[in-house]
Design a protein around this ligand. Sequence first.
Ligand code: CA
Length: 233
Amino acid sequence: MSFRILIIEDEAEIADFVIRGLREEGFTVEHAADGDAGWQALRSGPWDAVLLDWSLPGMDGLALLRRFRQAGDDTPVLFLTARDAVSDRVRGLENGADDYLCKPFAFTELLARVRVIARRRDAERSMLLSYQDICVDLASHRAERAGTQLRLTAKEEALLILFLRHAGEVLTRTRIYEQIWDDRYDGLSNALEVHVMSLRRELEKHGPRVIHTMRGRGYVFGDRSLHTAQAGV
Ligand code: CA
């Protein structure tokens, strides 16, 4: 997936050299040259990172940043500023900047900061599994549907994670059993069915059925419309 960066910078020379350099490194970069265009561009996101100049014609960088954060957006913002006084940096960070870089800066330093942000974004993404309104945060073990926390046992959570990783695929009982119970499936135990039923109950408190039984085959996780024809239910 390409990493999309927005740079809001009025000095054409700086903007050009940053844009050229980042594009050469494989990033997708868009540019806005003043505060108002910057605000439009911010709203047209999502972005993976924003490079934001402090002094801009129109709305300045600090005002833009404040507005962006008030709108609830947590996209990483790297502040570019000629102001290197400690109090100015602190103001930037206090208003929601993730990092700052004082002008003049070397491109390699900017690139290093952007890469840190990109790695952090990647790590966050890989910690979150989701399907429509259902998601599991693998780091905090929090599972939600439609914004409400689900109450799941460890086995139910493991089942949900497996289903999320294989949405739309038929998962046989053998495969599920071996992954979750780490044991061979003897076809006799009904532990699997019991756990699937309780997971279903919890999920269906907050939305339509997403775990469909494929008679004689196993289960499919996903939209009912996609599976009813095959499932024959
Ligand atoms: Ca400027």
